[in-house]
Design a protein around this ligand. Structure first.
Ligand code: SF4
Length: 403
């Protein structure tokens, strides 16, 4: 599936483009005290290593602003300073060299202050994210609308944009985050109809996984599928590395970014499974992730359906009769004892990455396909062909309908 993308302006966050049809980027935010320079930098590196293209850091006091002055030049990715309430901290963050600012319109409300920040940002070529949040909406708008409805969030963003544009500042991206997924989706849809600035997507305060992940995916993926969104953040109550990983994985699974990490597919297991699929998958995942291979790997519980169902995977393993059947692009290339199946999978994945599909198919064991076919036949004989249940259904009906 390909996604048409809404046309937006392009801005630069340091050396990372956002909008204008450039690859959708992943953001996350540090949870350390910004004044703890080494601790914050360690987290920035961890986030960058897990898929974050841009990292946001709070600038909530003078110590934090001073910390940013040391962090920014040593960061592997552009840094966005998160500003609430005190516009002077935005000016300080600019002086510290940050590559972008995030301003919350609900918390900095004086037009003169907003314009002062915009003027200073313009002088340095630094973009601003207008970061509206359903939980900290401008009080006047809350009174006007009664609650944080999409119209209120969008009006808040538009008001802030007007202040910025009045001082000729257009280096803008916008977010209208909400913790209620349908409201978040409607807010962005409404916003997308009214502006052509790039949009930063997120479900705010999504909470811990798995609920937080599900909410974020529901909101972000729905909008991406509609072509809305230029950069994304999962706001999880978890180690921020999980946010970065989830954001990156979502984009890879949607085909919006190139695969850079393992994509493990596995059958859900069923009564036909010849092995503990959950345990084998967990072990395979841990060991393959440690290898850092960007390939798609399948773990399938039985050889009856496994290799066929997972033929799109680069490599996979299917169990059957105490053996593991290793397959590449659906072709069985090796048969190993069940106790060695994960070892064999990791070993073959490494070779596949180094040598490529053709070379590994050429190195296939001569009789691997025949052994797999024989095992498949035996299992079908014992348990029946899952794809051919017509006779069984007829027999069941015949018994059930007996007088
Ligand atoms: S691959 Fe085999 S064990 Fe896994 S769900 Fe399919 S039939 Fe069941």
């Amino acid at each position: 599936m390909t996604f048409g993308r809404r046309k937006t302006r392009q801005i630069m966050v340091g050396n990372v483009p956002v909008g204008g049809g450039t690859p959708i980027t992943v953001q996350s935010m540090t949870t350390t005290k910004t004044a703890d320079v080494d601790g914050t930098l360690a987290q920035v590196y961890a986030l960058a290593g897990s898929g974050a293209d841009i990292v946001r850091i709070t600038c909530n006091d003078v110590d934090a602003a001073q910390g940013l002055a040391e962090i920014v030049p040593r960061s592997p990715v552009p840094i966005v300073a998160d500003i609430h309430f005190q516009y002077r901290l935005a000016l300080a963050a600019l002086e510290a060299g940050v590559q972008a600012l995030r301003l919350n319109p609900g918390n900095i409300r004086k037009p003169d202050q907003i314009k002062a920040v915009a003027t200073a940002a313009k002088e340095r070529g630094v973009p601003i994210r207008v970061g509206v949040n359903g939980g900290s909406l401008d009080k006047d708008l809350l009174e006007k609308y009664g609650s944080a409805v999409p119209e209120a969030l969008v009006e808040s963003a538009q008001k802030e944009i007007r202040y910025l544009e009045e001082v000729d500042f257009t280096d803008i991206k916008i977010s209208v985050k909400h913790s209620h997924v349908p409201s978040m989706i409607d807010s962005y849809r409404l916003l997308a109809d009214t502006v052509d600035y790039p949009l930063h997507l997120g479900v705010t305060e999504a909470g811990p996984p798995p609920g937080g992940l599900i909410k974020s995916v529901a909101g972000i993926a729905t909008l991406l599928q509609e072509g809305i969104g230029d950069t994304i953040r999962f706001s999880l109550t978890a180690d921020p590395v999980e946010e970065a990983k989830a954001g990156r994985q979502l984009l890879e699974y949607l085909g919006l970014r190139e695969r850079t990490s393992l994509d493990l597919i596995a059958c859900p297991s069923c009564g036909r499974a010849e092995v503990d699929v959950v345990a084998v998958t967990a072990e395979a995942q841990e060991r393959l992730e440690a290898e850092g291979l960007a390939i798609q790997v399948a773990v399938m519980g039985c050889v009856v359906n496994g290799p066929g169902e997972a033929r799109e995977a680069d490599i996979g393993i299917a169990a059957g009769k105490k053996r593991g059947h290793l397959f590449i692009k659906g072709q069985v290339v090796r048969v190993v004892p069940e106790s060695e199946m994960v070892d064999a999978l990791v070993d073959e994945a490494r070779k596949l990455d180094e040598e490529g599909v053709e070379a590994r198919l050429a190195a296939a064991e001569a009789n691997a396909e025949e052994i797999a076919a024989a095992t498949r036949e035996q299992l079908i004989e014992i348990r029946g062909d899952a794809n051919n249940t017509v006779a069984r259904r007829a027999a069941v009906a015949e018994i059930a309908e007996r007088p």
